[in-house]
Write a protein that binds this ligand. Structure first.
Ligand code: GLU
Length: 419
């Protein structure tokens, strides 16, 4: 969902952000190399005999980036653009993300290069089971714990849990984002959107935004976008524009999030939504819509040097992973636009995954109220850590997030010694 012109390596881009913070921390070259180099990388061949009798070969990936602070954690993405470089970048972002919100985890990410919308349910299940079979020796509730990401959901997590359990006995803690019936947590589905809302709620008064009546432009109407919009609308925000792969829809009085969702469910796109005063625009017009808060919740690289100058917002709250390129970051900083960086703003998902894992290990259940309360505490406490680092070095919140994360990971790695 972007119009990138050239495509730099996503992993290099993350490491540029890492280096900016590492410079401030005066980290040695050796330490930088150690912290950037993934712990383990896997590519697996996934043959599939489809429902229709076709023989296909897919590629699956899992990159385990760092385990200094605990077992590695991160989603599994089913997407045509999932390749080793992208998965590696996302795995390293998970290391920094879990450290920013101080979860006792390292980082990992996985994916299968496929378009899940083109696969039958049975093919999707077979592919998921084949992938889990290949990975079964390398994941585990104290080793590496996959979770959901783009193109995967609770049903996929249930298949992964079941397949893994064939080899290791009933193991609900090996994946998170499971259905409630199989040890999933209350609040996991909405967690990334809710966490993003808590981050926005925390920073809004600091930058003079009154949420009641504030306007929001939302890029991407998937799970993260939908829930973020729901919570922002519940707090009185007006969603004046929203987009999905097919286009942008705008209304100055605000769009009804549930009606958009109904349109998307019925037709596959929010563009089917009709009401008086609604304007239909191109997909890429979303970013330049005037709104107090812009929430990019689609693919990486959406805000880049060629469109950062057109943004008309005061706050960017990153629901997606790496939606803003470093070049765009610099332009936004110059224009005085505050950015709540991905490794903080979208950490609500992995935080509730952590709560789910804790519940699984303890064989306990938390109610939804407890999940929400503890998530709010985590998001607000992490903001305070970011704000303190931003002040200490006089830097933006993204660099501050990397400073907080690198300090935690480097500190743990140092104490563990050569591991
Ligand atoms: N996919 C989510 C992320 O990028 C969460 C992963 C998880 O719950 O393990 O943070």
């Amino acid at each position: 969902m972007n119009d990138r012109i050239a495509r730099p390596s996503a992993f290099d881009t993350v490491n540029r952000l890492f280096d900016r913070a590492a410079d401030l921390l005066e980290l040695s070259e050796e330490k930088r190399t150690e912290l950037k180099t993934p712990y383990r990388e896997m590519m697996v061949r996934l043959p599939l005999l489809t429902d229709s009798g076709e023989q296909k070969i897919y590629k699956g990936y899992r990159v385990q980036h760092d385990n200094s602070r605990g077992p590695m954690k991160g989603g599994i993405r089913f997407h045509p653009e999932a390749d080793l470089d992208e998965v590696r970048a996302l795995a390293s972002l998970m290391t920094w993300k879990t450290a920013v919100v101080n979860l006792p985890y390292g980082g990992a990410k996985g994916g299968i290069q496929c378009d899940p919308s083109e696969l039958s349910d049975l093919d999707l299940e077979r592919l998921t089971r084949r992938f889990t079979h290949r990975m079964e020796g390398f994941i585990g509730d104290h080793e590496d714990i996959p979770g959901p990401d783009m193109g995967t959901n609770a049903r996929v997590m249930a298949w992964m849990m079941d397949e893994y359990s064939k080899f290791h006995g009933f193991s609900p803690g090996v994946v998170t984002g499971k259905p409630l019936e199989l040890g999933g947590s209350a609040g996991r589905l909405s967690a990334t959107g809710r966490g993003l809302f808590f981050a926005v709620e925390r920073i809004a008064p600091e930058i003079g935004i009154e949420l009641d009546g504030a306007t929001v432009a939302l890029q991407g109407f998937g799970n993260v976008g939908y829930w973020a919009a729901r919570f922002l609308a519940d707090a009185g925000c007006r969603i004046v524009a929203a987009s999905d792969v097919r286009g942008t829809i705008a209304h100055p009085d605000g769009l009804d999030v549930d009606q958009l969702q109904q349109a998307a469910e019925a037709s596959g796109s929010i563009m089917a939504f009709e009401a008086d005063g609604v304007r239909k625009l191109d997909r890429d017009d979303l970013l330049s819509q005037k709104a107090d808060i812009l929430v990019p919740a689609a693919l990486g690289g959406a805000i880049h040097e060629h469109n950062a100058g057109t943004l008309q917002c005061r706050l960017v709250a990153e629901g997606a992973n790496h939606p803003t390129t470093p070049e765009a970051d610099a332009i936004l900083a110059e224009r005085g636009i505050t950015v709540l960086p991905d490794i903080y703003a979208n950490a609500g998902g992995v935080t509730v995954s952590y709560f789910e894992w804790v519940q699984n290990l303890q064989q306990m259940r938390w109610d939804a109220e407890r999940v929400d309360r503890e998530l709010r505490e985590v998001m607000h406490a992490a903001y305070d850590d970011l704000a303190a680092a931003a002040q200490e070095f006089d830097i933006d919140l993204r660099t501050a997030a990397f400073v907080v994360a690198i300090r935690r990971v480097a500190g743990a790695a140092r104490l563990r010694g050569m591991h």
